[in-house]
Design a protein around this ligand. Structure first.
Ligand SMILES: [Cu+2]
Length: 182
């Protein structure tokens, strides 16, 4: 009881003198997880953007530790409308070199980067991999339909799970980014 009273007094003191920032309040009262401050950032940071007027899909493709955007082994799917203009802003955010190449959705996968299944759908240094901090822009026009994989072309990386799904859905009116629990 005594501790509670002291805490209440401390809160009162903090409210009286501290600037009215939620950071200061949650920090000083230790109630961070009851506060709404800081929630909702995950949904706000979608990697996908769609411009219907220009039929353009913009996707932030991040290479992580043998994953793309935190997903491996096909546990995420980017679906785009037919004939859309796809712009993938690739960022290499891992210490190991990585790349991205769009390949056919079939097993067995190649060991390393091969011809892309869609013209121009690959990063620079597809086999060697780009170093950490590098960026590249992949631009291509989606075909009418098809199932593909976004695959790391560095030898062995795709086979170790560094790939996610990429689909062109003839009935899609806008793109979708769907993920599964890892
Ligand atoms: Cu890789």
């Amino acid at each position: 009881m005594q501790q509670t009273s002291r805490a209440v007094l401390m809160i009162a003191a903090v409210l009286a003198v501290a600037p009215r920032s939620s950071w200061a309040q949650t920090k000083d009262t230790g109630r961070a997880h009851h506060s709404s401050a800081g929630s909702g950032t995950e949904t706000a940071n979608s990697p996908l953007a769609w411009d219907a007027a220009s039929n353009t899909v913009t996707f932030a493709l991040s290479a992580g530790v043998f994953n793309f955007n935190g997903y491996s082994n096909g546990r995420a799917t980017l679906t785009v409308p037919p004939k859309s203009n796809v712009v993938m802003n690739f960022s290499q955010d891992d210490g190991t070199p990585h790349s991205a190449v769009i390949i056919e959705d079939k097993d067995p996968m190649p060991t390393m980067a091969d011809q892309p299944a869609i013209p121009r759908a690959y990063t620079n240094k597809a086999t060697e991999g780009l170093p950490q901090g590098a960026t590249d822009v992949i631009r291509f026009t989606a075909p009418d339909s098809g199932s593909y994989r976004i695959f790391c072309g560095v030898p062995g990386h795709g086979l170790s799970g560094m790939w996610i799904h990429f689909k062109v859905d003839p009935s899609a009116k806008e793109p979708r980014w769907e993920t599964e629990k890892q």
